[in-house]
Design a binder for this molecule. Structure first.
Ligand SMILES: CC(C)(COP(=O)(O)OP(=O)(O)OC[C@H]1O[C@@H](n2cnc3c(N)ncnc32)[C@H](O)[C@@H]1OP(=O)(O)O)[C@@H](O)C(=O)NCCC(=O)NCCS
Length: 215
């Protein structure tokens, strides 16, 4: 068993602990040593029944042994900032993949590091995924999709074929991206939105069809 810790002791962090348990049921793989969190009040506290919060970034950067780390935080800017602060060379970032995830074509599937693939996701053929993306369950990707880094996909997102997605985008629960759409950086698609044309960087889109919106 390899030591692993979870950065982020909220609800998604606890879901990640469940995911590790699911993996271990199929093949004993991960020994959860505990959680890290920026909230100093959590240090020494049990996080549900899963494990103790060991502290924040200072404790992580002083961790003396090889440690896998997973960062289940829905705000990709926060994830990117945290990764930038981790200087401990003992820390590495595996992909954490639920055993029931379906890869239609493993031979053409490419993936970087630090990604989370929660239960029920389906990946078609010739798909490329970068680093630190979160696929938060029941997400479908079509053929020839390309995903960059630090994107967050909430549950039930549907991505059609030949879609290109850059970095640091957010897709709300149940949203849909139609085929051949190109998405750059910092786009947010609201829950249930259907993206039917290329969005502008850094903007929020909601509705069907999804329209650029400012609140
Ligand atoms: C789009 C979103 C980011 C906007 O959040 P916000 O800035 O806090 O916006 P508000 O909730 O204040 O809503 C502002 C307005 O937009 C509307 N709106 C909000 N989200 C919308 C959506 N997804 N689709 C259509 N309209 C939406 C609201 O009804 C409101 O309209 P009003 O001013 O006429 O009353 C958010 O609603 C959203 O969809 N988040 C995704 C959440 C998610 O996926 N969670 C997954 C958890 S697992």
């Amino acid at each position: 068993m390899k030591d692993i810790a979870i950065y982020g002791a909220g609800g998604f962090g606890r879901e990640l602990a469940c995911l590790l348990n699911s993996i271990n049921k199929v093949e004993p793989t991960w020994n959860l040593v505990g959680f890290f969190d920026d909230n100093p009040d959590l240090k020494g506290q049990m996080i549900s029944h899963f494990g103790v919060c060991l502290g924040g970034m200072d404790v992580l950067n002083a961790y003396p042994k090889e440690l896998a780390l997973v960062i289940p935080i829905g705000n990709s800017k926060v994830v990117k900032t945290l990764v930038g602060k981790i200087t401990n060379r003992n820390v590495y970032y595996p992909n954490i993949i639920h055993p029931d995830v379906i890869f239609s074509d493993p031979e053409t599937f490419r993936i970087g590091k630090g990604n989370i693939l929660q239960t029920g996701c389906r990946f078609s053929t010739n798909i490329s995924i970068g680093d630190f993306n979160i696929f938060n369950g029941e997400i479908a990707l079509g053929h020839d999709d390309s995903i960059g880094n630090f994107n967050t996909f909430m549950p039930d997102v549907r991505i059609s074929g030949a879609v290109e997605i850059g970095d640091e985008n957010f897709f709300g629960v149940g949203s849909i991206i139609l085929q051949t759409i190109k998405i750059g950086r910092g786009v947010r698609l609201g829950a249930g939105g259907v993206l039917m044309s290329n969005p502008a960087d850094g903007k929020l889109y909601v509705g069907i069809p999804a329209r650029k919106t400012e609140f």
